[in-house]
Design a protein around this ligand. Structure first.
Ligand code: ZN
Length: 241
């Protein structure tokens, strides 16, 4: 089992050392990693692994039966032997964008839940653009303007973002309906990592997040589509703080 070291609250670490447990010319497994593996509507981190006598680009990171598989390309030298110490370097600007995007998604999801009573049915964050599907919802231009304005007001309050593990029982008792798809998280996952925006929102989430809302910058809603009778998709981008 690879130790997912960014959890619960080291989302800012982008350089680390770890020990190889298995490696081929296609992938590397480590005893622990700070690379984010694709999942939960967030793409994987990218970066590099280097070791005495070799290096490789990390282009794909996935969970695989409890292991985190670092897919590699442009391998130089031989794959590292089991027990080798490697230095991991995560592409920090991409990680930063994804952190800002993912916390922005939580802000918008909360606002729409409170304002329109619509839950988040799905989401996909990306380094350039992100999207959220709301259900049941139907928005017009004035709704989008109001949601964007409220989101930027909340960001302007620079609220703290806490990340910590809580027992599943506690999370089930305290999370608002529409802010968690708990049925999709296997019952064996306990405790759950939660992301709480001070006095504003709490939900279980394993994604990477900023520490204060002010880091997000400004949200701009750039598009919307109907995705079926009751589902509305909002797309947004971020402008620099
Ligand atoms: Zn999330």
């Amino acid at each position: 089992m690879t130790d997912l070291r960014y959890l619960p609250d080291e989302d800012d670490v982008t350089a680390f050392s770890a020990t190889v447990t298995e490696a081929t010319a296609e992938y590397v497994l480590l005893d622990g990693t700070y690379f984010y593996p694709e999942g939960g509507g967030q793409p994987a981190d990218r970066g590099t692994l280097s070791w005495d006598g070799g290096r490789a680009d990390v282009t794909d990171v996935r969970k695989d039966h409890g292991e985190i598989r670092h897919g590699i390309e442009r391998l130089e030298g031989e794959p590292p032997a089991e027990g080798t110490t490697v230095e991991g370097r995560i592409d920090g600007s991409r990680r930063d964008r994804l952190r800002r995007m993912h916390t922005a998604q939580h802000v918008v999801s909360r606002i729409v839940l409170d304002r329109d009573g619509a839950g988040t049915a799905g989401n996909q964050v990306g380094p350039e653009r992100s999207r959220i599907d709301f259900e049941p919802a139907s928005f017009d231009a004035s709704d989008l303007e109001a949601i964007e304005e409220r989101a930027n007001d909340v960001i302007g309050r620079d609220l703290a973002v806490e990340k910590e593990n809580r027992s599943r029982e506690t999370v089930e008792a305290t999370v608002d309906e529409g802010r968690a798809l708990l049925d999709l998280i296997p019952a064996s996952v306990d405790p759950l990592r939660v992301v709480e925006i001070e006095g504003f929102d709490m939900c279980p989430c394993g994604g990477t997040h900023v520490s204060r809302l002010g880091e997000i910058g400004r949200i701009e809603i750039v598009d919307r589509h109907s995705k079926g009778e009751d589902v509305e998709r909002i797309e947004f981008e971020l402008r620099e703080p």
